[in-house]
Write a new protein. Sequence first.
Length: 571
Amino acid sequence: MNTITVNTTFSCGRVGASSVRQTALTVARLRVLWVAIIFACVASAAVARIGYLGVSDNTVRTTSLADALLPPRGELTDRNGVPLARAFPAYALWYNPKALGDPSDPLVKNARDVAIELKAIFPALDVDVTAEKLAAGRPGYLQRRVLPEQANQVMAIGELALELPRETDRHYPQGSMGAHVLGYVDAEGQGKVGMEQVLNDRLTDPALRGEPVALSIDMRAQGALEDELRRGMLATNAKGAAGIVLDVDTGEVMALASLPEFDPNKIDAEGVNFMFNRVTNQVYELGSTFKPLTVAAAIDAGTVRDFGRRYDASPVEVGRFKIKDSHFIGNHLNVAETLIHSSNTTTARIADELGPTKLRQALIDMGMNERPYIELPAKGHPIWPGENWPRLRNMTVGYGHGIAVTPLHLANAYAAMVNGGVWRPATLHKIAPGAAPKGRRVFKASTSSRMRQLLRMIAVYGTGKNADAPGFRVGGKTGSAEKPGRGGYRETTLVSTFAAAFPMDKPRYVVVAMLDEPKGTTASSYQRTAAWNAAPIVGKLIPRIGPVLGVRPDTSRDIDLSDLKPLLGAE
């Protein structure tokens, strides 16, 4: 009994101890598991946070780095990538009267002595004005666009009040070339006048400003145009000049110039006076350059069918008004002779037969009643004759009087007249191959073909001889119009224009050159008309720009004039 009792007790004790040990082991395992789970959660959260911060910080740093590397304003280039406008770091000269702590005595030296030293560094500074600014003790700019060597010279003056903060400046590496196309950027960083104003949002957009914007102009053609216009303007003592080179198939402006020009790197009072753009913003009566447009409208309408028909060339009397030619040309003229000799009387009679409704609509189709189509902000509104044209008005408009448009209007119209009859708006944006706008048809293709012949004949046999460039098959029309003034037209002041296209067997470009109030000089054989001043500009320009624009001279080919040549000089 005792043995059994003892053994039973020992057996129960072993079982109890084993159960306690198992429970403790289970609890320990659970605790380890919970610790592991908690650690895993904390570790996961930490890794996730680190990852987030890493990605977020990298994005911020990447963005900041990208912003730091991007120019503050996008670059403008010509169609070939030549830089026209770019931003670069520069200095400015700032006057800080509080630099020495006493605004009442901001300078170590006398204000005038400091102004004289600054004048030696910046010749354009006015000593009296600068000395007055320094003595007044008001903070402000004394000079913008300070070069590094100039900054060193300013520091050598030893005046702490003359500070040189770093700024971003807009630089135009081509100087004044293309100024009316580009415009400029003001002190607040806003684009003004030209494509700088048009593209201001695009050029300052952080997402876009890293990509240069290519304009349509070719700086080689631009330089040649400005050079020849300047030579012609100076040779004839003209008050101004304007010119444009336009691609007849795309509407791209290859060159555009208005003289006198301004320098976008240095905007002063004189530069502001020269910002007016004669090509897009000033309207003129462009005279006889309208005659081919009238003839084209008459051919297109079927009014002119027989090119051998001869029109009465005597003065036209309408009421108390008389339309006459500047000199006797002949008693009767056909269409070819009318354009070659630039007859007012026969053009007036053709316009009379065409009628005001058709002539007016033809000019509307060519955009003559609206501001010119181009991106530039300054665009002149034509002086349009209104809704109902009386007979006399229709006749005078036919030869370019009583209507005033810009040279750009004329260039667009000539492009449509020679390219097969399709009018397209002008553009200063480079157009990708095959992306030219469809445009609208304003002349039949057959009419355009005939006008190419007639324009070529003017350059070969008529008033446009001085514009003919060997091998380039130039065609075009002169226009010399008296400028209106008080009490009528002023006979002593002319606007001389030559509107041309080349090569006439397959036109690629229209060129318009205009001189405002040229004088009769030895260079123009003492003549003031376009045949002696505007036409020679075109004749010298085309051989310069043709090869760079893909048109090489070829004297072995020309447009066929065989069906019209027999009509010349036959009564």
